[in-house]
Design a binder for this molecule. Structure first.
Ligand SMILES: *[C@@H]1O[C@H](CO)[C@@H](O)[C@H](O)[C@H]1NC(C)=O
Ligand SMILES: *[C@@H]1O[C@H](CO)[C@@H](O)[C@H](O)[C@H]1NC(C)=O
Ligand SMILES: *[C@@H]1O[C@H](CO)[C@@H](O)[C@H](O)[C@H]1NC(C)=O
Ligand SMILES: *[C@@H]1O[C@H](CO)[C@@H](O)[C@H](O)[C@H]1NC(C)=O
Ligand SMILES: *[C@@H]1O[C@H](CO)[C@@H](O)[C@H](O)[C@H]1NC(C)=O
Length: 576
């Protein structure tokens, strides 16, 4: 009896221990896997667990306001305020911008200063997409976490003389580095640029932006609005450049608000009061900023192009500061620079730098020219940067059916006051009939970018009438589709340059839909046999006139039968 019981006991114990061992094995395996996943691909985990959540978590108020007409929901007070606003454009992004804006219509003024020689030139898409891989990886950065500003005053004459003599550089550097409390010599490169000696300080050849770049012993002196490149006594260099560091070359109206800087070679210079161990980028912020399109094409894209290679180890010196603007985009600034912004116009220090860039690299409207940009950056890189900056979960659209039961999502960018959709409910119903989940949003002054970017990133297709709101396409996932609706007036070319070419360079699919006469509210103002319908190009009498005639006084009543095929095509694209 006893033996039997003992045998039973032993057996059950053994079973227990086997179960336990199995359990331990399973848990162990799970932990190892988890650790591996977390270590190797933290993003993947995040995406898998939360990727779609963000969509569902989007505030209720943002989702499908199907039945409501934009007008019906608008706050009456705001509407009357809007009505009194003498400025026709509702694209301004910030009240302060409005207040200070003599640039009453900055949105499309861009078009007046476009270089015709550049239009039509396009990078092959495959190349663009191909070069998009791994923004972070291809840059081999060294992180410098040393004090960058010292209160030491460099003795001018000596350092100035040494700076240009390659052989004596290490000595100079030692001196400087002792001061800055650093000795690893990782900045040696900055000093050892032997090529630099003969290169002109500035490059004025670009049609859109003048940029100066120099390495050596540089003094930036805000009092005198000047940047001085120190020369040894024996040097023959004698350069003097004047530039406004805002990338709208030739646009006098815009540049009239921008401080002119002098960049010169010099043998005498003021004493340094601040020393920077990282490169300094000097640029202006007024101009046309305050309009979403210009925020990007004039400032954010050029800033990314110019400064992202430094991986945060860069100091920004901003002339013509717009504090509200730096607040609006503070997440972008935080991503680009680890150092507090310096307001150049208020600053009285003499900054000593080894590497300075004055002005921002900019090319065609809202694009990056990879053949000229540092590190061959592309708009694909820019979009990836923006998605990361705003912590957006979707890198690319997923094919239909990949996520069961998920409907393709369509964002309609609505507008108020100008270029509105007059039949929004009908458009929404049609899109829903095709199987879309529809989101209607308006990007305006009060839009919170971090929230709005999440909505944009959650959709597969974004559509809207030509206007600054389409700039939000930077937040779309890769391979999403942008549909631009072109108002009547023969303005297809401008529309393509502003958003079509950029969208394609961003790795988005792009559709352009030109409305027909019967879809334009201009038919309420002019008889059907009017010249404006027969020959709209006759009304292209300067930018102001075009804007008044076709942009400010036109709304769109989309012909759903005519437009439906475009949406169907986007569904086809999602199936690829
Ligand atoms: C300057 O630096 C020295 C040591 O680096 C420090 O003791 C001193 O307080 C600093 N002076 C100022 C004004 O920051
Ligand atoms: C710059 O101007 C400020 C005030 O106007 C003055 O205190 C400062 O000494 C000046 N700096 C130089 C280097 O001239
Ligand atoms: C960028 O592209 C051009 C050709 O488009 C090439 O000549 C150049 O070497 C590239 N620059 C870098 C840094 O890869
Ligand atoms: C801005 O858009 C929101 C919806 O996103 C809307 O509720 C608000 O009335 C709009 N504000 C203005 C000033 O047009
Ligand atoms: C985008 O779509 C193309 C096919 O149209 C595909 O080859 C490519 O891998 C997609 N890109 C991403 C990032 O999903």
């Amino acid at each position: 009896m006893k033996a039997v019981e003992r045998a039973k006991l032993v057996r059950s114990l053994r079973q227990e221990s086997r179960r336990l061992r199995l359990l331990v094995l399973v848990i162990g395996f799970f932990l190892v896997t988890l650790t591996f996943v977390v270590l190797s691909k933290p993003d993947a985990l995040l995406f898998n667990l939360n990727g779609r959540l963000s969509v569902d978590e989007a505030p209720r108020s943002l989702l499908i306001r199907q039945a409501t007409d934009a007008d019906a929901t608008a706050d009456p007070a705001q509407r009357s305020a809007a009505a009194q606003d003498p400025k026709p454009l509702d694209d301004f992004e910030d009240a302060e911008a409005n207040a200070k804006a003599t640039t009453k219509d900055s949105e499309e003024r861009a078009h007046t200063v476009r270089d015709p020689q550049q239009s039509g030139k396009k990078e092959p898409e495959s190349r663009l997409l191909g070069s998009g891989g791994g923004e972070g990886e291809k840059k081999g950065h060294r992180k410098v976490t040393l004090p960058t500003v010292s209160n030491y005053t460099i003795r001018d004459a000596e350092d100035g003389d040494n700076a240009k003599q390659q052989d004596s550089r290490p000595e100079t550097e030692n001196k400087l580095e002792m001061v800055a409390g650093k000795s690893d010599g990782s900045q040696q490169q900055d000093w050892d640029d032997a090529e630099w000696g003969s290169k002109p300080l500035c490059d004025f050849s670009n049609f859109r932006a003048n940029v100066c770049e120099m390495r050596g012993n540089i003094r930036i002196h805000p009092n005198a609005s000047s940047v001085m490149y120190m020369e040894p006594a024996s040097s023959k260099r004698n350069e003097l450049w004047k530039l406004k560091p805002y990338p709208r070359k030739g646009d006098e109206l815009c540049l009239s608000k921008v401080t002119e800087l002098t960049v010169k070679s010099s043998k005498v210079a003021p004493e340094c009061t601040k020393y920077h161990n990282v490169p300094v980028v000097v640029f202006a912020l007024t101009g046309y900023t305050g309009n979403l399109f210009h925020d990007f094409t004039d400032a954010l894209v050029p800033l990314f192009t110019t400064a992202s290679e430094f991986n945060g180890e860069v100091q920004f010196l901003i002339t013509d500061m717009a504090i509200w603007w730096t607040r609006k985009y503070h997440v972008v600034f935080k991503k680009l620079s680890n150092y507090p912004l310096i307001d150049f116009n208020k600053d009285t220090d003499v900054h000593c730098v080894k590497h300075a860039i004055v002005g921002l690299h900019a090319y065609m409207e809202f694009t990056i020219d990879p053949s000229k940009a540092p590190h061959n950056y592309t708009m694909v890189d820019f979009n990836r940067f923006m998605r990361r900056t705003y912590e957006l979960p979707r890198e690319a659209v997923s094919a239909l059916g990949e996520i069961p039961k998920a409907k393709p999502r369509l964002l309609i960018i609505s507008r108020q006051r100008t270029r509105m959709f007059l039949n929004l409910p009908e458009i929404i119903a049609m899109a829903e009939g095709l199987g879309f989940e529809v989101v209607v949003e308006e990007a305006n002054v009060s839009s919170d970018l971090s929230q709005f970017s999440k909505v944009v990133n959650s959709v597969d297709v974004m559509m809207g009438v030509h206007g600054a709101g389409l700039t939000n396409c930077v937040f779309l996932p890769h391979n999403a589709t942008l549909i631009q609706i072109v108002p009547w007036g023969g303005i297809e070319g401008v529309c393509r340059i502003d958003f079509g070419d950029p969208a394609e360079q961003m790795g988005l699919r792009y559709k352009q839909y030109s409305i027909a006469v019967h879809e334009s509210s201009l038919t309420d103002q002019y008889p059907l046999d009017h010249e404006i319908f027969k020959n709209p190009l006759a009304f292209h009498k300067g930018f102001e006139f075009i804007k008044e005639t076709f942009m400010d006084k036109q709304n769109v009543r989309l012909d759903c039968n005519r437009f439906r095929p475009v949406l169907l095509q986007t569904l086809d694209l999602l199936n690829q």
